[in-house]
Design a protein around this ligand. Structure first.
Ligand code: NDP
Length: 358
């Protein structure tokens, strides 16, 4: 009875049905099986403090292509509805939220009881329950030999595309497909495909968590018809293209530099501080140009929604706050790790994210 009362205050669309649980279970089981059995380049992760290195099988592009093909065939045969995500979006959102809370609680319990000594599984317990649950206890927790961090980033990126495709199918069915919807879909699809083409680069980032909030924007476009002028479309495309070049270029330059510090950057020998830090290319313009590119991309996903409402700008604003916070924490970590080398880098490259502004 108490349960009924509590659920009664929620909109019915937020209460997960058994179908939304089946969708999630199918999705996670598919990702786990595909990740394990499909072929892909095996990449060694960064060197951990105890000298160990994790291995990642980068078969995300194949897993995604196969999943979209399977779902496309099933939709054609009438086995699944392509609208299932668009119609059950809020339910799926709440089911995913409940799932995340359960998983992180399970990680908290297993982390606390872990007696592993390796860098990836050693427990880091502060004693504050909320802190330990929020930030996690183990660096690279695993379940049935699956690296959970890598797995959930994948789930988020692929889920984002599936949500968008379902919303696209709904707008085609409703006859409400607009230029804005097409732009939004193209930008997001390119960004997600690019992630999987370059999946190996993510294995060397400081933190590979990249949560996306795709559903909200697509849903907004489905319910608000936006007509864009030609200059607005051109400007939107430019923000996307420049954002992409900066984002991908900066991450690629760092990744290549870490593998071989002598590789030329923009055709010239790299400027290197203390033999460890790259100070040319994008890394000579600002200390986190890659964040700038990501922010421009986030903006380009929202711009197709026009500027009549702040609602679609939730994602770039959220990302701005997240990346500024992250950049500050990364600076503290790098200052501690690189000491005088970092101080020298700071002198050479004074800007954090956007030259002459921040
Ligand atoms: P970075 O890829 O910028 O990694 C920072 C690390 O790189 C530092 O800790 C340091 O690590 C190394 N480093 C910093 N400066 C230099 C330099 N000049 N030369 C050589 N090495 C350097 O951070 P993230 O992992 O946070 O971000 C990766 C990408 O993921 C970014 O493009 C970001 O925008 C994106 N991202 C997106 C999010 C989203 O929600 N959309 C969330 C988080 C990230 P070391 O000790 O190894 O030298």
């Amino acid at each position: 009875m108490l349960l009924d009362m509590d659920l009664g205050v929620l909109p019915p669309s937020l209460i997960p049905s058994s179908q939304s649980v089946y969708v999630l279970v199918f999705y996670f089981v598919y990702l786990a099986v595909a990740g394990e059995i499909l072929p892909g380049k095996v990449i060694r992760g960064v060197l951990l403090s105890d000298g160990s290195q994790l291995r990642y099988r980068c078969n995300g592009l194949l897993a995604l292509t196969l999943l979209v093909a399977i779902l496309g065939i099933c939709a054609k045969l009438g086995i699944v509805s392509p609208l299932v995500v668009a119609d059950r979006g809020l339910e799926l959102l709440s089911a995913t939220f409940i799932f995340c809370v359960l998983v992180t609680l399970a990680l908290y319990v297993t982390g606390r009881n872990s007696s592993y000594k390796s860098s990836s599984l050693k427990p880091h317990v502060s004693g504050n329950l909320v802190h330990d649950w929020w930030f996690g206890i183990q660096l690279n927790p695993q379940f049935m030999s699956i690296d959970l961090k890598f797995f959930f980033v994948r789930a988020g990126m692929m889920g984002w595309l599936l949500i968008n495709l379902s919303i696209l199918a709904k707008s085609v069915q409703d006859g409400s497909l607009s230029q804005s919807m097409i732009l939004y879909q193209i930008f997001c699809a390119l960004y997600i495909l690019d992630y999987f083409v370059h999946e190996e680069y993510m294995t060397s980032t400081w933190d590979i968590i990249a949560e996306r909030l795709g559903f909200m924007l697509g849903w907004w476009l489905l319910h608000n018809k936006v007509e864009l002028t030609v200059p607005a479309i051109v400007a939107n495309c430019l923000v996307f293209v420049i954002g992409y070049m900066v984002f991908r270029g900066a991450n690629k330059q760092k990744h290549i530099f870490k593998k071989n510090p002598k590789t030329p950057i923009w055709g010239k020998p790299p400027v290197v501080v203390g033999g460890k830090l790259l100070a040319s290319g994008y890394w000579g313009i600002a200390r986190h140009c890659n964040y700038l590119g990501d922010l421009m991309l986030a903006l380009s996903f929202s711009l197709p929604c026009g500027i009549s409402s702040p609602v679609p700008y939730f994602y770039p604003i959220y990302l701005l706050i997240l990346l500024i916070w992250r950049e500050r924490r990364d600076e503290v970590r790098c200052a501690e790790k690189y000491k005088e080398i970092w101080a020298e880098y700071l002198r050479l490259v004074p800007w954090r994210i956007l030259p002459y502004v921040y």
